[in-house]
Design a protein around this ligand. Structure first.
Ligand SMILES: Nc1nc2c(ncn2[C@@H]2O[C@H](COP(=O)(O)OP(=O)(O)OP(=O)(O)O)[C@@H](O)[C@H]2O)c(=O)[nH]1
Length: 226
């Protein structure tokens, strides 16, 4: 069973590898802001965090699944897409991208609890059959210690780590020192709930252990991806 991760996220790839899977990786070609804006305009409302991450996870998986059918005829396996957003006091926060945003967010987060929403979509590609897709959202609440100092925030932002991750924090790296509690599947916070992926894979009739220790043939000669 081949596995393709439709993501550029190093954390998502790390998660799958930690859980015994060495997937092919392909970057999704999805303009996330444009996709969300189009759906919100059509619906005449803002998307809730769970709708937001599910929409994007599904679009990313669908984009790569469609390209795979052309790039690797006869691909027999699954394509996994994901998206994560952090919700604090009803505000949906993606990657801060700038030091100022990250600093402002950390000053607002100390001592608080927010929810990390992760969307998951899995597409089953099997030669001669119609692709099948299943999807789900997982949430984990994240509580931050209340005594993070401005100096610690400045140092953390200066590390660059918080700039490119949903919510401006990581639970499995430098940011973990400022997190007092996670309620839910911890891998949800990192980028994908692997227990949720297992449920989705089973819905597609695939036994999870069959994915263990799979090395995609395209990786056989050490080339990442296609
Ligand atoms: N290592 C780590 N990464 C995190 C954590 N929280 C969020 N992230 C990452 O923050 C990023 C959220 O941005 P997304 O838009 O979902 O994904 P992306 O990184 O743009 O990658 P794509 O899947 O290609 O869209 C993901 O890469 C997550 O893995 C965390 O606690 N630890």
């Amino acid at each position: 069973m081949r596995v393709c991760l439709a993501s550029t996220s190093p954390a998502r790839l790390m998660l799958l590898q930690q859980f015994g899977i060495r997937p092919l990786t392909l970057a999704p070609d999805v303009d996330e802001d444009a996709v969300v804006a189009a759906v919100e305009a059509a619906e005449g409302r803002r998307l809730a965090p769970d709708e937001h991450v599910l929409l994007l996870a599904r679009r990313k998986a669908a984009d790569v699944a469609a390209r795979l059918a052309d790039d690797i005829p006869g691909f027999d396996g699954i394509v996994i897409g994901g998206d994560s957003m952090f919700e604090l006091d009803g505000e949906v926060l993606g990657k801060p991208r700038t030091a100022q945003n990250a600093t402002e967010r950390w000053r607002a987060m100390r001592g608080r609890t927010g929810v990390l929403h992760s969307g998951h979509a899995v597409v089953r590609l099997e030669p001669g059959t119609t692709p099948r897709e299943v999807h789900a959202v997982a949430e984990a609440s994240v509580s931050f210690v209340d005594d993070v100092t401005d100096a610690e925030i400045e140092a953390y932002v200066a590390s660059g780590e918080p700039l490119q991750v949903a919510g401006a924090f990581t639970v499995d790296s430098l940011g973990g020192a400022f997190i007092s509690r996670v309620d839910g599947d911890p891998s949800t916070v990192v980028g994908m709930s692997v227990s949720t992926l297992r449920t989705l894979v089973r819905e597609l009739g695939v036994d999870w252990p069959t994915l263990w220790n799979t090395t995609d043939p395209s990786l056989a000669d050490g080339r990442p991806g296609l």
